[in-house]
Design a binder for this molecule. Structure first.
Ligand code: DGY
Length: 331
C-alpha cells in the first residue's frame, strides 16, 4: 500500500509534485485553517503530515494517527507541535528555518518604521479626506536613525534585523541565552547586555525568541515598566512571548510610546483595546508572507516530508534522536 500524506493547506500546487508522484496525497483545499474535527478525521490513516503553524499537533493527534512517521511544518516556529510526545513515539518533526529570515526581518523593521513615524495613522488620515491644509506640527513621529535598538533573541532573524539597523546608524544591543561569536558581534556591531538593562536602555525593543516555557510572557508588567516611556516594542515572534493584558495597560498608561505587533496571544482574536489604539500597528501574522518566501517554505516542507517518508533524513529534523533510532533500524 502506498504511503499517504495529509496537507492541511493548499500551499502552491506545483510544489506538491514530488509527493503526488510517489504517495497518496490529500490536500485540504481551502484557504483557511483546517477545522479540528476534520483534521482529526483525515489524519487518522496518514503516514506523513504537512501542517501549518495554526494546526495544533498534540498528543491527541498522535493518539489518533498511529501510522504517522513524519510531521513537517511550514513554519520555523514549532510551539504548535508536541515534540516530546512525537519523539517518544519515534515520529520525525521537521521545520523550515533559514528561508524566511530576511522576509521576517523586513517586517520587523517595517513595523518599527511604521509605528515610530506614525505611518498607519498618517495613512488613515490621508484616506479620510481630512488633509485640507499643509500640515506642519501634526503627525510628528520619532526618528529611527541613530537610535538604540535592543534585540531579544539573537538567532538568524535577530541578526538579520541587526544588519538592517546598521544601515540606519543604530546602536545595536542584544540579549540571548548564548553569546554570539566575537566575529558576529563585531560584524554587526552588536553588544550583549543583560535583559533588564537592555529593556531600560533601548529606544526600540524587537523580539525574536522562539516560544517555549522559558519565553512565555517574557515581557510582562515588570519588564514593560523597565522600558523608557519613549520606547517602542516590536513583536514578530509569537504573541505569547508578551503578556498582552500587561502590554495593554502599559500602552494605556503611556509607560511605553507604542508597539508594532504581528503576532498575538489568541490569533486571530485581537483585544478591542489594541484595535482602538492609534499608537499601535497591527498586522495579521505576515512575518514570512512574501510570495517568494512562502513558496520556499512550502518547497522545504514538502522536501522534509518526502525525505522522511522515503526513509531518508529530513533536511531540518528537530528531533535527531528519532533519526538515530531509525538509522539503527535501517542499517
Ligand atoms: C513561522 O514560520 O513560524 C511563522 O511565524 C509562520 O507561522
Amino acid at each position: 500500500m502506498k504511503k499517504s500524506v495529509l496537507v492541511t493547506n493548499k500551499l502552491f500546487e506545483e510544489v506538491l509534485n514530488p509527493l503526488l508522484n510517489r504517495f497518496e496525497v490529500e490536500v485540504f483545499q481551502q484557504d483557511e485553517p483546517m477545522p479540528r474535527d476534520l483534521f482529526k478525521e483525515r489524519v487518522e490513516d496518514k503516514t506523513g503530515l504537512i501542517a501549518m503553524s495554526v494546526d495544533r499537533v498534540d498528543q491527541e493527534i498522535f493518539d489518533i494517527a498511529q501510522s504517522l512517521t513524519v510531521v513537517s511544518t511550514v513554519s520555523v516556529g514549532v510551539d504548535h507541535i508536541d515534540i516530546e510526545t512525537a519523539t517518544k513515539r519515534g515520529i520525525m518533526i521537521a521545520n523550515t528555518p533559514g528561508v524566511l529570515t530576511e522576509t521576517t526581518a523586513d517586517l520587523a523593521f517595517a513595523l518599527m518604521m511604521t509605528v515610530a513615524r506614525r505611518i498607519g495613522e498618517a495613512e488613515r488620515y490621508t484616506r479620510s479626506g481630512k488633509w485640507k491644509i499643509p500640515i506642519y506640527r501634526r503627525l510628528l513621529g520619532t526618528d529611527v536613525y541613530r537610535k538604540t535598538l535592543g534585540i531579544i533573541g539573537f538567532g538568524r532573524i535577530g541578526r538579520a534585523v541587526a544588519r538592517r539597523a546598521g544601515g540606519f546608524g543604530m546602536k545595536v544591543l542584544y540579549y540571548d541565552i548564548a553569546r554570539a561569536d566575537k566575529a558576529v558581534e563585531s560584524d554587526l556591531n552588536a553588544h550583549l547586555m543583560p535583559l533588564d538593562e537592555l529593556l531600560a536602555t533601548a529606544d526600540f525593543v524587537s523580539l525574536h525568541v522562539p516560544l517555549d516555557k522559558s519565553t512565555e510572557k517574557l515581557i510582562d508588567q515588570r519588564r514593560l515598566a523597565l522600558m523608557k516611556r519613549s520606547a517602542f516594542l516590536i513583536n514578530t515572534s509569537r504573541g505569547k512571548v508578551i503578556d498582552e493584558i500587561d502590554l495593554i495597560k502599559a500602552l494605556k498608561h503611556k509607560e511605553i510610546a507604542g508597539a508594532g505587533l504581528d503576532v498575538f496571544e489568541r490569533e486571530p482574536c485581537l483585544p478591542r483595546e489594541l484595535i482602538e489604539m492609534e499608537n499601535v500597528v497591527l498586522t495579521p501574522h505576515i512575518g514570512s508572507a512574501s510570495y517568494e518566501t512562502r513558496k520556499k517554505m512550502a518547497e522545504l516542507a514538502v522536501e522534509n516530508c518526502f525525505l522522511g517518508l522515503e526513509g531518508r533524513r529530513p533536511r531540518y529534523l528537530l528531533n535527531p534522536e528519532v533519526w538515530k533510532e531509525k538509522g539503527d533500524k535501517i542499517s
